[in-house]
Write a protein that binds this ligand. Structure first.
Ligand SMILES: [Fe+2]
Length: 189
């Protein structure tokens, strides 16, 4: 890494997340750091962090901790690209550096007994995150959502830091009332 801004963010995020065992405390401590990071994103984002694909939203790795306890990605959303309905099983903090990122929430209305079947979800509200905005989530209860950009809007780019290497997450099928773990790809930095 060659950017002072990015180095400083990683160092502070690592220190703060290691001090806290509760996910809610981690996002409380890291959200202000993300607010600063998105403001200075132009000083460290490189062309490889803006890679995109017509096949779907693109995850470009910026940093992965040696102990896999922290990871930072730049996500690029072309118009009309969305995640599946998912949760992360981890805390996360998201900051928007370009465009408007839309997040549509889902709420579990069936009891969580840890099973992957019999899961009933209803649609919740949405948030529209402009450039400079920061949001966060924690597990337990799972934060279930769809994130993306409608076809009529322009490209969005966002930074995502998680409390683990984010190479898999739970996806939900509303009709089948099921949940399953899938692997999600990323481009190396
Ligand atoms: Fe997500």
């Amino acid at each position: 890494m060659t950017s002072h801004v990015l180095d400083s963010f990683i160092n502070q995020a690592t220190a703060r997340s290691h001090l806290r065992s509760e996910p809610a405390d981690s996002v409380l401590a890291l959200a202000p750091l993300m607010l600063d990071l998105v403001e200075h994103a132009g000083t460290f984002l490189q062309p490889q962090h803006f890679r995109s694909s017509e096949a779907g939203y693109t995850r470009n790795l910026i940093y992965e901790a040696p102990d896999k306890g922290l990871s930072l990605y730049a996500l690029v959303w072309l118009p009309g690209q969305w995640t599946p309905i998912h949760d992360h099983g981890s805390w996360g903090v998201v900051g928007v550096v370009e465009g408007v990122l839309e997040e549509r929430a889902y709420v579990r209305v069936s009891p969580d007994r840890g099973a992957d079947e019999g899961i009933d979800l209803v649609r919740g509200g949405i948030v529209l995150l402009r450039c400079g905005s920061v949001t966060s989530f924690v597990p337990n209860p799972d934060h279930i959502h769809v994130t993306g950009v409608p076809a009529e809007r322009s490209r969005a780019v966002s930074l995502h830091i998680y409390g683990r290497t984010m190479n898999d997450f739970n996806t939900y099928d509303i009709e089948a009332r099921t949940r399953r773990r899938i692997t999600v790809a990323h481009n190396e930095s």
